[in-house]
Design a protein around this ligand. Structure first.
Ligand code: APR
Length: 242
């Protein structure tokens, strides 16, 4: 059966006003990533890290899904059970757009996690004040539910499973800096890359200069503007008898 694997990143939410990480004026331009998003940073200054995610959680309340979120949620609905959408994003804009089945590989901003029993619980857009406790075990050591550098990302196991099951790979708005999209693209005969910018390959020994050269289709547009082209390719793929 034909199935679609989607791997999305910060670029998907850029048109909703959420900054990406590594673009000009990206989050990591203004924040020391190892201070706010690593195990060492967390051990060194829990309050500083908690404030960083509090700001992002509060900011999220006023962000709305863009056209790409809406179209991807529609795609999930139209091809129920045949779309595996794995996102690196911790925002809830896909769910706000009506998606039901998106896997957040790096966690979720609107949840907190208990450090004792790993229970996660929804706090909406509220800042973590320090008086929270785990609704499951009552422990007060709760934290942001975001995977930081140096920590395990349990959902990554779904990447291999999606590669195994799917026939079309779509990468949307990710630089590949954390999850390398080249080896994934190599596993697929059919693939689409959506990014307004051409990203150079990392190694000078790479036979290709640009990441998009590993993809069957490169839609060099912003996510919201790329949806019609993407849908046309998907329709052809899903309708075409294997
Ligand atoms: N539409 C589509 N793509 C876009 C848009 C847009 N409107 N705007 C920017 N992009 C592209 C950029 O060109 C870049 O290739 O989105 C990509 C964003 O890359 P990063 O900022 O590196 O974000 P991402 O790949 O999601 O980062 C991966 O790194 O810091 C960690 O945990 C964090 O999940 C994150 C991970």
């Amino acid at each position: 059966m034909k199935k679609i694997m989607i791997l999305s990143g910060a670029g998907l939410s850029a048109e909703s006003g959420i900054r990406t990480f590594r673009d000009h004026d990206g989050l990591w331009e203004n924040h020391d990533v190892m201070k706010v998003c690593s195990t060492q940073g967390w051990i060194a200054d829990r309050q500083y890290v908690t404030r960083f995610y509090n700001d992002r959680r509060c900011d999220l309340e006023f962000k709305e899904p863009n056209h790409a979120h809406t179209m991807l949620a529609q795609l999930e609905h139209d091809y129920r059970g045949r779309v595996i959408h794995l996102t690196q994003n911790i925002d809830n804009l896909m769910e706000k757009a009506g998606a039901k089945d998106v896997t957040h590989l790096h966690g979720t901003l609107t949840d907190l996690r208990c450090e004792a029993c790993t229970e996660t619980f929804n706090v909406g857009y509220a800042p973590q004040e320090g008086n929270e406790y785990c609704p499951n075990c009552g422990n007060k050591r709760v934290r942001h539910n975001v995977v930081m550098f140096g920590e395990a990302a349990p959902e990554y196991s779904q990447l291999q499973e999606a590669i195994r099951q799917c026939t079309l790979f779509i990468a949307i708005g990710t630089s590949g800096a954390v999850i390398d999209i080249i080896p994934i693209a190599k596993e697929f005969k059919h693939s689409i890359l959506i990014d307004p910018k051409r990203q150079k390959t990392a190694s000078k020994f790479d036979p290709h200069s640009y990441i998009d050269e590993y993809f069957e289709h490169f839609i060099q547009k912003k996510a919201g503007e790329a949806m019609d082209d993407m849908m046309a390719i998907i329709k052809e793929h899903m309708d075409y008898r294997l």
